[in-house]
Design a protein around this ligand. Structure first.
Ligand code: ASP
Length: 308
């Protein structure tokens, strides 16, 4: 569990037939990535994260176990994390420079390669639901801002007062970031800097394989603390933050979004598996979103609990 919360940056899974024969469904979730200073994380805090992740995992597994689709499993898991104040998604999302929560989310169905995304939305309780609605009920792939919110209303999705997303801790993090004049990935740990964030809690994501052999991936985030000018990260960008293709893998990324966009990270990983025959781990290493001259940070995590 700890590996998922603290280390996972690219969640990868394969459609290997041997793996499927042993256990026909798979679900991997993440709650962000970053370097954790163990001394700064209390046992109580760690237990809270572990419990929240376990609930999310159980919600997704329940869908898969009753024969539901990988898309529905991914959504079920992500909704739990969006509703938890512990993660940088939905309730508990980081604040932008103007003191508002702006959420990005996306979902992709590996069977059809259909996809949906919303960007910079502020009143939709579960942005991943809005991404799903875009995928299923619109002619588009990505909707942004007020238009996306109008669409969500039309679709009957739950609309909330922006105060729903606010946590005092995130507000304090914004004040610190403003004071330090920093735009901060919420799990940044930069000891060399005067700025230090107290927590490493991130973007959320899930990838799943259902018993019909279909893959799906989804990602949801509040983005970066103190982001400005309508900044949108990789999480709603299909091919950067999220990708799923039954011919290869399902990927949900977390890290410095600009790097993932520039390297089309999730799509690149999948295509290295599909076309170059790399293992998912090697493909993720080869993609190295943070390895370029422009810096940034991203990583790759391993399997989660339940042997996934
Ligand atoms: N990738 C996200 C973004 O850039 C941030 C994160 O994963 O923590 O918006």
């Amino acid at each position: 569990m700890r590996a998922i919360l603290f280390s996972l940056a690219l969640c990868l899974m394969t459609t290997s037939t041997q793996a499927c024969a042993a256990s026909p469904t798979r679900l991997v979730i993440h709650g962000g990535a970053g370097t954790i200073d163990r001394a700064r994380l209390s046992a109580e805090r760690e237990a809270e994260y572990t419990a929240a992740l376990a609930i999310a995992l159980a919600a997704g597994h329940a869908v898969l176990e009753r024969g539901g689709s990988s898309v529905d499993a991914v959504i079920a898991a992500i909704i739990v994390m969006e509703d938890s104040p512990l993660f940088n998604a939905g309730r508990g999302a980081v604040f932008n420079h103007d003191g508002r929560n702006e959420h990005d989310a996306s979902i992709m169905d590996g069977a059809t390669r259909s996809a949906g995304a919303v960007a910079a939305v502020g009143v939709i309780r579960n942005p991943i639901r809005a991404a799903e609605a875009v995928m299923r009920h619109s002619a588009h792939v990505m909707l942004g801002g007020a238009g996306a919110e109008a669409f969500a209303r039309e679709q009957g999705l739950e609309i909330v007062d922006p105060a729903w997303f606010r946590t005092e801790e995130r507000w304090r993090q914004l004040q610190k970031a403003i004071a330090a004049q920093r735009i901060v990935r919420d799990h940044d740990a930069q000891p060399e800097s005067a700025y230090r964030d107290d927590d490493k809690r991130g973007t959320v994501g899930a990838v799943a394989l259902d018993r019909h052999g279909n893959l799906a991936a989804g990602t949801s985030t509040g983005g970066l603390t103190n982001k400005r000018y309508g900044r949108i990260g990789d999480s709603p960008v299909i091919g950067a933050g999220t990708w799923a293709d039954n011919r290869s893998v399902a990927v949900s990324a977390t890290g410095t979004g600009e790097m993932f966009i520039r390297s089309a990270a999730s799509h690149t990983v999948a295509e290295l598996v599909r076309l170059a025959g790399k293992t998912p781990a090697d493909a993720a290493d080869a993609t190295r979103p943070g390895g370029g001259a422009r810096g940034g940070e991203g990583g790759r995590g391993g399997p989660g609990p339940r042997g996934n």
